[in-house]
Design a protein around this ligand. Structure first.
Ligand code: NAD
Length: 256
């Protein structure tokens, strides 16, 4: 049902972004994939998704830590009916030791990039008379954990941005919502395991069961396909009046 629509998914050569892009393509959407690299395999990934799903797909390099490149991504896409703000990084450290450049990078990539892409995309959506903005926030957009100051601040920020975007488009056929995943086993989560092992003095298994899934009552990682299917739902007619809210896909984390 998304045939003819174009979805721009930031940070989509891996993890949740790729999972969301794939499910949108399954529903018929053309894709613009993105990350900050420009490797043959990035472009090959777009070609593969296009062939698998019979849609058109392009990869555009743009660094989401740079405001001009965020805006250029949407401009180069040519059409942006569905904007998925997914690019994100993580860094774990107590506040006094938290490196300033890591704080700045996380705020830029996980929060400010969504402001810039949304600013660039809304005029296109208004011209087209339809639009969907889906922000990939986190359970950490609604709750907190120690040692994740920048990430938790950015994710709470993106939930706020989601509400403002929804209010500014409330009387138009445009919606903006945030998906709040719990733990999904992606490269981003994988990369946190060594630091968390050090922080808590635990083995890998203990970190997964006692730290990561400790707060996820389902005791299962959520999947990138589930994030993608939630994004597809938010693009459907059934979700036309769902705007300015969060959907938790977190195995019960935020119910605790
Ligand atoms: P990931 O590391 O697999 O993917 C992150 C993506 O962002 C990659 O494609 C990466 O290339 C891209 N990216 C990083 N820096 C970028 C930059 N400067 N410019 C453009 N792209 C950049 O991680 P993931 O787990 O798939 O995370 C995706 C999103 O989901 C993030 O916003 C993350 O905070 C959020 N999230 C993840 C989890 C989880 O458990 N994995 C939970 C909640 C929220």
């Amino acid at each position: 049902f998304l045939t003819g629509k174009t979805a721009v998914v930031t940070g989509s050569n891996s993890g949740i972004g790729l999972g969301v892009a794939r499910q949108l393509a399954r529903a018929g959407a053309n894709l613009v994939l993105n990350s900050f690299t420009d490797r043959d395999e990035d472009h090959a990934l777009a070609d593969r998704l296009a062939a698998e799903h019979g849609v058109s797909a392009r990869y555009i390099k743009a660094d989401m830590s740079r405001p001009d490149e965020c805006r250029a991504l949407v401009e180069q896409a040519g059409q942006c009916d569905i904007l998925v703000n997914n690019a994100g990084i993580q860094f774990v450290s107590p506040i006094p030791d938290f490196p300033v450049e890591k704080w700045d990078a996380i705020i830029a990539i996980n929060l400010s990039s969504a402001f810039h892409t949304t600013a660039a995309a809304l005029p296109d959506m208004r011209k087209a008379g339809w639009g969907r903005v889906v922000n990939i926030a986190s359970a950490h957009g609604l709750t907190a954990s120690p040692f994740k100051s920048a990430y938790v601040a950015a994710k709470h920020g993106i939930v706020g941005l989601t509400k403002v975007t929804a209010l500014e488009t409330a009387q138009e056929p445009i919606t903006c919502n945030a998906i709040c995943p719990g733990y999904v086993l992606t490269p981003l989560v994988e990369a946190q395991i060594p630091d968390t092992m050090k922080e808590y003095g635990m083995s890998r298994e203990e970190v997964i069961k006692k730290v990561m899934l400790e707060r996820q009552p389902s005791k299962e990682f959520a999947t990138v396909e589930e994030m993608g299917d939630t994004a597809v739902f938010l693009c459907s007619q059934a979700a036309a009046q769902i705007t300015g809210t969060t959907i938790s896909v977190d195995g019960g984390w935020t119910a605790l």
